[in-house]
Design a binder for this molecule. Structure first.
Ligand code: GLU
Length: 482
């Protein structure tokens, strides 16, 4: 059975790249009927952030990346927090000590600095192993434990990057256990992946340079090397450099709060640097499980493109409304309405949603785009008199058009069909183009830059409110014209 894992550090901020390192192993596990493990790598106490583990858990759940082993659900290798597995690392460290492949390091940091300075003066790369003490003390907690490297040419296969090799110059006596008794990432992940029978290690390409050291460790411990897949960096929108917070890259949780749907986020991130060779852009989780393959992950950095994420989110909104229907989709929107909407019944909000959903890019767009369905908008005649279709019409004529429209609408049985008919008839009667007459009415009832189709907006707002707003606009134009 294939086992893959996601091994985040609880440092508080789950960025796009972290999550992509969860999606790919999840897909690999699921397409092989395997297991996906969540392991919390919390051995760096200085970087630990309170609540970060819960954030990781809720983000994975939100994305539908349920883990088969790990925190909450448990599993055969519990605990899944590295900070609680100290005895396991110490036992493995002892194996290395016993075979003469690890030693205690009591070199002071001043001494290490002196070695470094010496190397830079001699213009040679600093490698600790060149200063390896001849008679190290016996190891006990409180002293760092180092690996005794076996520097030699290393060859390996990376599932994304292909066949790779490295020389002895990049292999060193890396620290296995720190002075605080906790293991380094370098050691802990190897022990855990072995203990947890992990077959696939998918992680960011930043770990690639350390692989020669890891290979030496696998060898010394007599372990089979899991499949290694190095995921390329995610680059900022202009390419070139790694995506950073300064490029506006938000944490996944912020995208969630901004009304990105989990389906869209999963879709977008899975396709960030991967495609199945077709033009397909919208994938469900099931399709991703079916179609994903590691050897189609691109080796160069993938450019983060928020516009595409928003586009995909819009596509997902429409797709889910079609699939789930408004009543069910509405449940996803409850946090995103303007405050003024709270006073209205759900049926009304659902009605508004049903006419506006196909214009939303994010659920948070509901706040700005639906305000006028709940509160009377402030009249802003500039929106009318400066409108590109209306600015040629005199204020007198504008007022006249609105009055005639109001009079005709007054007589209508208020529903979408009759409203549409009446509006179309008005075009002929008043000899106006839709861009003129419909824009005028639309602005006078919404004072918003966009709205759903006019007959739907009117039908939803209701007769009384629509006519009152049109008439208030007439009064405003007349006052303005005096
Ligand atoms: N804890 C490491 C990180 O958060 C994970 C690397 C790995 O997946 O092995 O970057």
């Amino acid at each position: 059975m294939i086992k893959t894992r996601f091994a985040p550090s609880p440092t508080g901020y789950i960025h796009i790249g972290n999550v992509r390192s969860a999606i790919y192993p999840y897909l690999i596990a699921k397409q092989n009927n395997g297991k996906f493990i969540l392991r919390i790598e919390d051995t760096d106490q200085a970087r630990y952030v309170e609540g970060a583990t819960e954030l990781i858990e809720s983000t994975l759940k939100w994305l539908g990346l349920d883990w088969d082993e790990g925190p909450i659900v448990g599993g055969p290798n519990a605990p899944y927090f590295q900070s609680k597995r100290k005895a396991i690392y110490h036992a493995w460290a002892q194996k290395l000590i016993d075979i003469g492949r690890a030693y205690a390091d009591d070199t002071s940091s001043e001494q290490i600095q002196a070695y470094r300075d010496q190397c830079s003066a001699e213009k040679v790369p600093y490698l600790y192993r060149n200063f390896r003490p001849e008679n190290p003390p016996a190891w006990h907690e409180g002293l760092p434990l180092r690996f005794k490297a076996d520097p030699k040419p290393r060859h390996w296969h990376d599932e994304v990057m292909g066949n790779l090799e490295a020389g002895p110059e990049v292999q060193d006596d890396i620290i296995l256990i720190k002075a605080d008794g906790l293991p380094t990432y370098n050691f802990a992940h190897i022990v855990d992946d072995a203990e947890m029978d992990v077959d696939w290690v998918c992680r960011g390409v930043e770990y690639l340079a350390s692989v020669p050291n890891y290979l030496a460790l696998y060898e010394a411990l007599g372990l089979k090397v899991p499949k290694l897949a190095s995921l390329p960096h995610i680059l900022g929108p202009t390419g070139g450099k790694k995506l950073g917070k300064r490029d506006g890259a938000k944490s996944v949780n912020e995208y969630r709060k901004d009304g990105i749907l989990p389906e869209a986020m999963l879709n977008y991130l899975a396709c960030l640097g991967w495609n199945d060779g077709t033009e397909q852009e919208i994938y469900t989780q099931t399709e991703l499980i079916e179609k994903f393959s590691v050897n189609r992950i691109q080796t160069s950095g993938a450019r983060f493109d928020e516009t595409k994420l928003l586009w995909q989110n819009g596509q997902w909104i429409r797709r889910l409304v079609d699939e789930e229907g408004i009543d069910k989709f509405y449940l996803r929107t409850t946090d995103f309405w303007p405050d003024s909407a709270q006073a209205y019944p759900e049926t009304y909000r659902k009605q508004v949603l049903s006419i506006i959903y196909d214009r939303l890019k994010t659920l948070a767009d509901l706040r700005a785009m639906t305000e006028y369905f709940f509160t009377d908008p402030e009249i802003d005649l500039d929106l009318i008199v400066k409108n590109k279709f209306l600015k040629k019409i005199s204020e007198e004529d504008l007022s006249d058009l609105l009055q005639k429209a109001a009079a005709a609408l007054e007589k209508v049985t208020w529903n979408e069909t009759t409203l549409q008919e009446t509006l179309n008839n008005l075009l002929t009667q008043l000899d106006k183009k839709p861009a003129e007459l419909f824009s005028l009415i639309r602005i006078s009832i919404s004072y918003a830059p966009f709205s759903p189709a006019l007959h739907q907006t009117l039908a939803t707002l209701g007769k009384e409110r629509s006519l009152a707003r049109i008439r208030q606009t007439v009064t405003a134009i007349e006052n303005d014209n005096q």
